[in-house]
Design a protein around this ligand. Structure first.
Ligand code: NAI
Length: 420
């Protein structure tokens, strides 16, 4: 088995943490038990490019239990948990190619290493694996044998839909992100909590009383805004979409352009999936001591090259916090090098929410195994039956029961004659 990880010596610590996460992943656990019996993924080879976390380890174990041969590389150079990588290699016999802090060259070398498996399925978080398979540098025979893939995050789905629209996508993708049991919960509650967790671990900032500017009021931004408010922050939202901005206003947040917001900010967090949301004119208007972080997928939301240019000095203020000194002496603090702060400076989403995201991943792979012959080269939604099953299983795990429609209600809801 090939692998490239920091060390195998951390395997025991990794295993303990993976088992802990599994306690909070009852839905995935039940799918794994069924997969062990039914082996629905027999004969599939899966290359996965995901954050190498304890939750991902439990997904990889599930794929293996289902009969797939699987390998894993990182979907971000800073998010790899080296102990988890070690346990997957040592305890599970799964090839991992990921080292925390790897440089860009190693990052892509590791993506390429997963392709040595000659995968029939890809799993992406940000579409890097798909992009690599479609690039001119990659042997074209490799992409030909892929039957389908899945995509975990908003930014990846956007990239893949634009590939499909241009007619260049060479195999079908299931957009796991777009399942309701994924983005309603993972993007909102997962990112909401873990983004603040990352910032707090890195800075020890007291959120109460801090003016927190949240850029983007999509699923992730809503989560961070509501959690920051819950901790006592004075939250300002910035948006470019009138409907989302209106929603933020009616949710009780102040909404204003970034240029005004940064003048009040103690902390600015970007969660837009967009480029250069914080740029030169914003850095110039920030107060001394402003903390800046990003939780969107790529490290492009904050224009770091411009921040570097504006600065006369850069020092490590604390682990994961760089202090940039501007010409006039003001200091701005960038957390986690502008990469997704919840994964760079903390552990990513809590396992309980990844339970649903990764249940969707596992069940989507089973669906692909059964149905890929009927797919076209485009981006598909997760079937509604899978979404509903994940919601039911999660409710069961919480011990929550709900009502069912009576026959009379079913009839009423399906007929237009029974209006009164
Ligand atoms: P979304 O599409 O629901 O929301 C993005 C929002 O940003 C939209 O409302 C859009 O109008 C707004 N926006 C775009 N450009 C803007 C600008 N210049 N200024 C202000 N607002 C702007 O997307 P979602 O699901 O909230 O994801 C956001 C990003 O977070 C994506 O890159 C996604 O991949 C990533 N993500 C990160 C996670 C993490 O663990 N940190 C987890 C899930 C998603």
């Amino acid at each position: 088995m090939n692998y490239d990880i920091k060390t195998t010596e951390l395997a025991a610590v990794g295993k303990q943490r993976i088992d802990w996460a599994n306690r909070f992943m009852p839905v995935l656990d039940s799918i794994r038990a069924r997969f062990e019996n039914e082996r629905p993924l027999d004969g599939l080879s899966v290359a996965a490019c995901l954050h190498v976390t304890t939750e991902t380890a439990n997904l990889m174990k599930t794929l293996k239990a289902g009969g797939a041969e699987a390998v894993l590389c990182a979907s971000n150079p800073l998010s790899t948990q080296d102990d988890v990588a070690a346990s997957l290699v040592v305890d599970e016999g799964i090839g991992v190619f990921a080292i925390n802090g790897e440089d860009t060259e190693t990052y892509y070398k590791h993506i390429d290493a997963t392709l040595d498996l000659q995968p029939t399925i890809t799993m992406d978080d940000g579409a890097d694996l798909v992009s690599r398979l479609h690039s001119e540098e990659t042997n074209p025979a490799l992409v030909e044998q892929v039957v389908a893939g899945t995509e975990e995050t908003t930014t990846g789905v956007i990239r893949l839909k634009s590939m499909a629209a241009e007619g260049v996508l060479k195999y079908p993708i299931i957009a796991v992100n777009d399942a309701r049991t994924k983005h309603f919960f993972d993007n909102r509650y997962g990112t909401g909590q873990s983004t603040l967790d990352g910032i707090i671990r890195a800075t020890n900032l007291l959120i109460a009383g801090t003016t927190v500017v949240v850029a983007g009021y999509g699923w992730c931004g809503r989560g961070v805004a509501s959690r920051a408010r819950g901790l006592g922050a004075n939250v300002i939202v910035t948006e470019v979409d009138a409907l989302k901005a209106l929603e933020a206003v009616m949710d009780g947040f102040r909404v204003m352009p970034m240029q005004e917001a940064v003048q009040e900010a103690g902390l600015v967090v970007t969660l837009t999936g967009d480029i250069h949301v914080l740029r030169k004119e914003h850095f110039e208007a920030m107060k001394d001591g402003t903390i800046i972080a990003n939780s969107g997928h790529f490290n492009v939301e904050i224009d770091i090259p411009v921040l570097e240019k504006l600065s006369v000095d850069k020092q490590l203020a604390r682990p994961y916090v760089d202090a940039y000194t501007l010409e006039d002496g003001r200091k701005l603090y960038l957390v986690g090098e502008g990469r997704l702060v919840n994964l760079a400076a903390a552990e990513g989403h809590p396992a309980s929410v990844m339970d649903m995201s990764f249940a969707n991943q596992a069940l989507s792979l089973e669906y692909i195994a059964k149905n890929h012959d009927n797919f076209e080269n485009r981006v598909y939604d997760v079937p509604e039956s899978i979404d509903e099953m994940v919601a039911q299983l999660k409710l069961q795990a919480f011990g929550v029961e709900i009502d069912t429609l009576t026959d009379e209600q079913v009839k009423y809801l399906n007929s237009w004659e029974m209006g009164t």
